[in-house]
Design a protein around this ligand. Structure first.
Ligand SMILES: Nc1ncnc2c1ncn2[C@@H]1O[C@H](COP(=O)(O)OP(=O)(O)O)[C@@H](O)[C@H]1O
Ligand SMILES: [Mg+2]
Length: 279
């Protein structure tokens, strides 16, 4: 098994009180598998991803990558965040080369070749000398993905990487990410609150409940790639929505009023089944 997440729980302190953000999270990821963590905002998705990245410590439980426990940031996983975390004072080329230079394993020519290879894969060959402020949101995320891929991680960890993008760009990047998946056979753990995004991209979806975050349900999707929005996928969307209905209602009752009722037509087949960021 490539990655084993074993019984992870996390407690945080907020205003002097301890509260549980995630509870007994357990799952595995195989080589080449695309696994999404799906759930409403605040259910602990990012917390789980940061623990896997070695950026946060679990309160209890263990993570193993190829049988070795993760104790801090390791090169086997690379993180791509919602807002591309590119260095603003470096060009695209310098950003993508940065980690390779720091690793000190390749000479400058090899680094440039590798960076260019992955920049071509994300359709950024024309923008190697651009600075981040000269790029659109989609271009920045493409550069971030190239930077992560260049480090040749076993697992790519992506935390709502397309949430800040317009719908058109997001659809393009979904197709491009599928292409990358087919070309590289990378494993990806992908955090999203968007049902359609999860269904379009994932081999497996872990649906989270809120407060504390637990894995409430699991969906396997075997449709071939590149994915088309078939009836089969729409049907899975509806089944996921049913699972989430209760969670959404719970959050709204807490945040709005106790009489709040979840109306299924709010999430019709015509929208992207986004649960939004405010719930
Ligand atoms: N560093 C932190 N300190 C205290 N509370 C935190 C911290 N990080 C996250 N939380 C809380 O833990 C819960 C889960 O957060 P998060 O993992 O970011 O959720 P998600 O990514 O699903 O929106 C939230 O209630 C959030 O406020
Ligand atoms: Mg998050």
């Amino acid at each position: 098994m490539l990655l084993q997440v074993d019984n992870i729980s996390k407690f945080y302190k907020q205003n002097g009180e301890t509260f549980q953000a995630v509870d007994s999270i357990q799952f595995e990821v195989k080589k080449g598998e695309f696994v999404s963590l799906l759930g409403p905002s605040g259910c602990g998705k990012s917390t789980v991803l940061k623990i896997i990245a070695g950026l946060e410590k679990a309160s209890s439980g263990t993570i193993q990558i190829q049988g070795k426990p993760i104790l801090g940031p390791v090169k086997e996983q690379m993180m791509v965040f919602q807002e591309a975390a590119l260095f603003p004072w470096m060009t695209v080329m310098e950003n993508v080369s940065f980690g390779l230079k720091a690793a000190g394993k390749l000479n400058l020519k090899e680094i440039e070749e590798k960076a260019l290879y992955y920049l071509a894969m994300v359709h950024m060959s024309k923008f190697v000398d651009h600075y981040p402020h000269q790029l659109s949101g989609g271009m920045k995320q493409r550069a971030s993905i190239a930077r992560a891929l260049a480090m040749d991680p076993e697992i790519l960890l992506m935390d709502e990487p397309f949430s800040a993008l317009d719908e058109q760009t997001r659809l393009l990047l979904h197709a491009e990410l599928e292409d990358i998946l087919i070309k590289t056979n990378k494993s990806i753990i992908f955090v999203t609150h968007n049902i359609r995004e999860a269904v379009t991209l994932s081999d497996r979806i872990l649906v989270f409940s809120t407060r504390p975050g637990r894995i409430k349900s699991e969906f396997n999707i075997q449709a071939s790639r590149p994915r088309m929005m078939t009836n089969e996928l729409v049907d899975i969307e509806f089944r996921i929505m049913e699972v989430l209905r209760e969670e959404i209602e719970k959050v709204m009752k807490h945040e709005v009023d106790d009489a709040y009722e979840f109306k299924s037509r709010v999430l019709s087949t015509n929208d992207t089944h986004s649960m939004g960021s405010g719930i």
